[in-house]
Design a protein around this ligand. Sequence first.
Ligand SMILES: [Fe+2]
Ligand SMILES: [Fe+2]
Length: 138
Amino acid sequence: MPLQWDPAWNIGIEIIDAQHRRWVEIFNALERSFLQGESMFDMQLAAFKEILDYTHFHFDEEEKLMAESGYPAFSSHRRLHKDFDSLIYGHFRKHESGETMLTSEMLQLMRNWLIAHIQSEDQKIATFLASTEKAGSQ
Ligand SMILES: [Fe+2]
Ligand SMILES: [Fe+2]
């Protein structure tokens, strides 16, 4: 089942929400290539590389936003990004070398991590920004 974007996952920062929706699209492409089987190795690898690159891009953008706004939990949030990045990069390298194949557990882990991260950690950035905007307009 492709991952369907749930509007409840919008955190209220349009540029970040758009990136999260794009991530879900790329994830679905990766899952489709997985479902087509091991004969699609090159396609899987390209899709895996795409999600890795997009994850980097998105984390960089989000970290810039946190740094610029003086978000207090910036370093712990960045740590969570780095841990996830290392995890999927490790799997990508194993896939690339043919050591292990992409598994449904791995896909499940990726989607669960992202959705949980959006709803807890990313949401906190939006809440913080909304509170500073209110304070600034008083
Ligand atoms: Fe994040
Ligand atoms: Fe995010």
